[in-house]
Design a protein around this ligand. Structure first.
Ligand SMILES: Nc1nc2c(ncn2[C@@H]2O[C@H](COP(=O)(O)OP(=O)(O)OP(=O)(O)O)[C@@H](O)[C@H]2O)c(=O)[nH]1
Ligand SMILES: [Mg+2]
Length: 139
């Protein structure tokens, strides 16, 4: 993606989803290493506010925007409600993500996503985030 968030140039990457504990974070780490070795510039974007320890070099971390423990404590929500709130907050603040991605123009993006299935089956926020990225020419 060279100027995916700005003009007509395309940006490319992968959205890594799967059930909790299925290996999403491990996969992002492996792909970052593999792609780096074949000469691609890679940016891993952590969109899982519950990810605390990341084995990969994380260039964009949702924790800079919002963290699950903060939400759970301040809004008295459980982990699932807190996660939904975090995704809605991300959707409402998508310009934050746009700026972060624009700073890594020309990179290949790996999005490490949360595992909770309800986010993909019963809730729109994360889908809307990726739909917006598609409008910005991310593929
Ligand atoms: N044997 C084996 N273990 C794996 C593989 N991929 C991941 N693991 C292990 O499975 C556990 C969970 O992996 P993660 O990469 O954290 O899984 P995740 O999907 O990111 O988990 P959540 O973010 O909690 O949803 C870790 O202990 C990994 O080391 C694999 O291909 N083979
Ligand atoms: Mg993970």
């Amino acid at each position: 993606m060279s100027e995916g968030s700005k003009g007509s140039s395309l940006a490319f990457g992968q959205v890594v989803i799967g059930p909790p504990g299925s290996g999403k974070t491990t996969y992002c780490h492996g792909m970052q290493e593999f792609l780096g070795r074949v000469g691609r510039k890679v940016t891993v974007v952590n969109l899982d506010p519950a990810n605390e320890v990341m084995p990969y070099q994380c260039a964009v971390d949702i924790a800079e925007l919002i963290t699950l423990p903060d939400v759970m404590e301040s809004l008295k929500l459980g982990p699932n409600g807190g996660l939904i709130y975090c995704m809605e907050y991300l959707e409402a603040n998508i310009d934050w993500l746009r700026e972060k991605l624009a700073a890594a123009r020309g990179h290949y993006y790996l999005f490490d996503c949360p595992g909770q299935v309800e986010l993909y089956t019963h809730h729109e926020a994360l889908k809307n985030v990726f739909a917006q990225l598609a409008k910005w020419n991310f593929r």
